[in-house]
Design a protein around this ligand. Structure first.
Ligand code: ADP
Length: 177
């Protein structure tokens, strides 16, 4: 398939990226956790948790597939968009749509906040055990479809932490990306 050149692929640590917004694979409590969530809170400092607590007070956390936005704190990124991926439960619990919703709702929020560059981790493919190949296909297709209808977002980086995800995204996006 031919994907827009606004989609790029990188391997590494999302907390190091100097983009307008990075996306966090959060949990519904918004209080932090392991994996990429822990790394973002550690690197970004307590301002992120302060903002999360304000959101909790207002709306009591974040549902699966939805997204909220906070400061980037000490991160190079201006904002963190926290989205809650689905826990893989065999595939018949609406997991595919809920994962797509994470990408769509994060991008919608990004547009609202005038974000032009945004980086996504491989949501749900760690502790939540979503099959990596299936998650990568959903991620790429959902983002590409969104970008077709939106010109504001100039750059979307898929940042892969592990080699397996990197290879899956390379295969999907083609080597030129
Ligand atoms: P989830 O609970 O949504 O599965 P995890 O944080 O466990 O979230 O994993 C999501 C993905 O984030 C995994 O593919 C994991 O390898 C990756 N990851 C972990 N730490 C980082 C990091 N610092 N930067 C980018 N990706 C990361």
């Amino acid at each position: 398939m031919n994907f827009t050149s606004r989609i790029q692929l990188q391997q590494g640590d999302i907390t190091k990226l100097k983009v307008d917004a990075i996306v966090n694979a959060a949990n519904s409590s918004l209080l932090g956790g392991g994996g990429v969530d822990g790394a973002i809170h550690r690197a970004g400092g307590s301002q992120i948790l302060d903002d999360c607590r304000k959101i909790i007070a207002r709306q009591g956390g974040c549902k699966t597939g939805e997204a909220v936005i906070t400061t980037g704190g000490k991160l190079p990124a201006k904002y963190v968009i926290h989205t809650v991926g689905p826990v893989w439960n065999g595939g018949n619990k609406n997991e595919d749509q809920l994962l797509a919703n994470c990408y769509i709702n994060s991008l919608k929020l990004a547009v609202e906040y005038n974000v032009e560059s945004i980086a996504f981790p491989n949501i749900s493919t760690g502790i939540y055990h979503f099959p990596k190949d299936r998650a990568a296909e959903i991620a790429v297709k959902t983002v590409d479809d969104f970008l077709k209808t939106n010109q504001q977002i100039k750059q979307v980086i898929f940042i892969c932490f592990d080699d397996e995800n990197l290879q899956l995204y390379k295969d999907l996006l083609g080597n030129g990306s």
